[in-house]
Design a protein around this ligand. Structure first.
Ligand SMILES: [Zn+2]
Length: 389
């Protein structure tokens, strides 16, 4: 059991009408919820960032469950290609504003609640002001810039951020809440992958039901935080593979050096996320392609493959034979390696490993190469059995 994110005095004047008692009766009869829990839901304000694949199921269930104030941020219009998964919107809504279509659907499900619309792009100019009014944020965004922005702003404002992401047949979810003892998104991913290495749903596709599963898990986590029941998904990442039908749980660590939630913070206000997540100059370090790595492996050439990602990423996906030395441990562990050997260094997309190559070169390693495109390119081009994340 944990504490509710809704302070006790907030529910002092909240009461449930006769209609509400009836509507929520299946909640009220559960000893874990009761009328007290339902009042917390009624007092709660939840912000859904995005009303797309993840935001649709999350908002539908949060509305049905009786979350008193539901905020929706989206600037987009409903497109026919959305309807395969974005169940908030119907065929009649094609061309309409997503937040307006969402509001109509949600109020039809539950007219007892209040829907607040933020019909705009969630940006570094408005994010802090929007998030300030809410107790919990459900991030259903589909791009890295918005994820970093919502993460940073939630850390600044001390709001739990229920994260979800989907890719083809796989999805993951966790609760970022440094205020409640867990890591934040930046603790896990200090830097975004280069934009050209990450296909979005429009390029890579997604099984329509998949965001349904992940978005509903996000709704469950939001409800648990509000009611104050169960074990929140803080410090744990749940990974779901629809083809294998497996749920895997990975432990997440907080990074004491995190620039947003660490001990010596350097970021106190939203930054320029377009620039942060945008294209960068290619790092000038010697590199090899995934095809070259495969040839070297097949030819049994002598080299050592070093993986500089974090242990939780290694758990999700790995290239056989790779030795794990997270980037942060390279300086102290470089002496474990023999300088005369050849090393190929990889990470998720090639950016962290380029940094590792630079660090190793500074320490006298002559034959170090960066695996261009990282394990991501490896699963795209060489071994599709290596899961993408
Ligand atoms: Zn952090």
């Amino acid at each position: 059991m944990h504490k509710s994110v809704i302070a006790a005095q907030r529910i002092a004047d909240v009461s449930l009408t006769k209609t509400e008692l009836q509507r929520y009766s299946r909640h009220l009869i559960m000893p874990e919820l009761t009328a007290e829990g339902q009042k917390r839901l009624k007092a709660a304000c939840v912000l859904c960032i995005g009303t797309g694949g993840l935001g649709s199921p999350a908002a539908v269930y949060l509305a049905a469950a009786g979350v008193g104030k539901l905020g929706l941020v989206d600037f987009d219009r409903v497109d026919l290609t959305n309807l395969q998964r974005q169940i908030l919107h119907g065929t009649k809504d094609v061309g309409r504003s997503k937040v307006q279509s969402a509001r109509d659907r949600l109020l039809d499900i539950n007219p007892e609640i209040e829907i607040r619309l933020h019909e705009c792009r969630f940006s570094n100019e408005n994010a802090e002001q929007i998030v300030a009014d809410y107790d919990v944020v459900v991030d259903g965004s589909d791009n890295f810039g918005t994820r970093y922005l919502s993460n940073d702003v939630c850390v600044f404002k001390g709001k739990p951020n229920v994260y979800g992401s989907v890719f083809r047949f796989e999805g993951q979810t966790t609760v970022f809440a440094p205020g409640l003892g867990g890591p934040c998104y930046r603790c896990l991913f200090p830097e975004p992958p280069p934009p050209e290495s990450v296909p979005n749903c429009a390029q890579a596709g997604v099984l329509g039901v998949l965001p349904g599963i992940i978005g509903m898990l996000q709704a469950i986590e939001a409800i648990k935080l509000i009611v104050g029941i169960g074990e929140p998904l803080i410090g744990r990442l749940l990974h779901f593979d629809a083809l294998k039908v497996t749920f895997r749980e990975l432990r997440l660590r907080r990074d004491p050096q995190c620039p947003v939630c660490g001990e010596n913070r350097t970021i106190f206000a939203p930054i320029d996320y377009d620039q942060f997540c945008g294209p960068r100059e290619q790092a000038s370090v010697p590199g090899i392609s995934v095809q070259e790595l495969k040839w070297k492996m097949d030819a049994r050439e002598k080299f050592e493959l070093i993986d500089v990602r974090e242990p939780f990423e290694f758990e999700i996906a790995r290239i056989d034979g790779a030795k794990l030395i997270p980037l942060g441990e390279i300086p102290e562990r470089a002496d474990e390696l023999h300088r005369e050997q050849t090393f190929i260094v990889h990470c998720h997309s090639g950016r962290r490993s380029a940094q590792a190559v630079r660090l190793l070169k500074q320490r006298g390693f002559a034959n170090v190469y960066n695996l261009e495109g990282g394990i991501d390119a490896w699963s795209d081009l060489i071994d599709p059995n290596v899961p993408k994340y």
